[in-house]
Write a protein of this length. Structure first.
Length: 351
């Protein structure tokens, strides 16, 4: 039975359908209808189809309306957002089956870093949060949403709305330009003022990236850092997901501090798995992982917030050295003499 919201589609023009449901343009492109007259009625389009269409796409012309309705209905189901004020991590056990004995509540707008040695279990914690674990993962952890056990629908039928995850490796396979990719995503997310959102995402992606790129650049040509910058900007301005999980952003070759600042402005719950002291100390709290378990939770102290400027100075200094070498310059003694003579503390005082 057809959804009553779509019962007039058959008598509407292609242009009217795309205006009412912007994502429908992708449906028509999927069937090579991108070239057709927008004034053509959908009913006339259906009647114009021949046997070649059915052979090429495996769809009888009488089924096309049902396919369009299914397509629109699927995206309509993903428009709603979940109002999440907090998530709670109830401890499970570590790799030695020792109980974690912790309960951590993270509120909207908080940034939490996850620190620990390589292989300690940082990514596993992110995975537990992503799937809203209910004592059914190897760690036996439990994740609550707004203090309650999430429903089965929330866990399994959210179509990726609840959590946006930025992994260490991001590879694009679509042969699209950056502009086409952003436009497609803005349509699928039903963003308002789509042209403005695309421009904003592009601007901030270039602000984060180590090397700028163009709107006409193919996304398959983007470097790892550029890809990550694009997806962080996309997540900040297009994604409705209230939880953002980031795995080792420091390896992406982007301005990671600005990236976190950009995401945090959107009042999301942000968890970052990191080895970077700057990211760890700029978070509100850090979760320390040892032997697969949560060892402790440390709120960032005022003293640490004060001391992080020294770490940032050293980091910027090393970045400057790296850039000199990349540009073919020679690292000279006078480049490091200020540190040798004054020391980091004295230099930072002048910043």
């Amino acid at each position: 039975m057809m959804n009553s919201d779509y019962e007039n589609l058959y008598d509407m023009s292609i242009g009217e359908i795309e205006k009412e449901y912007p994502i429908a343009s992708d449906f028509f492109l999927n069937y090579n209808f991108g070239y057709i007259d927008k004034n053509l009625l959908f009913s006339d389009l259906v009647e114009s189809l021949d046997e070649d269409f059915s052979l090429n796409f495996g769809v009888e012309k009488d089924e096309l309306l049902d396919r369009l309705v299914e397509f629109l209905d699927e995206f309509d189901q993903t428009v709603d957002t979940i109002d999440i004020d907090s998530i709670t991590i109830n401890g499970g056990r570590d790799k030695s089956s020792v109980d974690e004995n912790v309960s951590i509540t993270i509120s909207k707008g908080e940034i939490i870093s996850i620190v620990g040695p390589t292989g300690s279990g940082k990514s596993r914690l992110l995975e537990d949060i992503e799937c809203l674990a209910q004592r059914d993962t190897p760690t036996n952890r439990e994740i609550l949403v707004n203090g309650e056990i999430p429903s089965e629908e929330t866990r399994y039928n959210m179509d990726g709305k609840l959590v946006a995850q930025l992994s260490q490796n991001m590879n694009f396979v679509m042969d699209l330009t950056v502009e086409e990719f952003l436009q497609m995503h803005s349509k699928s997310r039903f963003c308002e003022n789509q042209d403005d959102i695309v421009k904003k995402c592009f601007y901030y992606a270039n602000k984060l990236a180590g090397e700028e790129f163009e709107l006409t650049t193919k996304i398959t040509q983007l470097s790892g850092g550029q890809s990550r910058a694009l997806m962080i900007s996309d997540t900040a301005y297009m994604s409705s997901s209230p939880i953002v999980l980031i795995d080792e952003i420091e390896n992406a070759g982007i301005d990671r501090k600005e990236a976190i600042k950009l995401l945090s402005k959107k009042e999301k719950i942000i968890l970052i798995s990191t080895h970077d002291p700057i990211l760890a100390l700029n978070a509100d709290k850090r979760i320390v992982i040892k032997n697969g378990g949560i060892s402790k939770v440390i709120p960032t102290t005022d003293e640490e917030k004060e001391n992080v400027k020294y770490v940032e100075y050293l980091d910027n200094l090393l970045l400057d050295f790296r850039n000199k070498l990349r540009l073919g310059e020679v690292l000279k003694k006078e480049d490091i003499e200020p540190i040798l003579k004054k020391g980091v503390a004295k230099i930072v005082e002048t910043i």
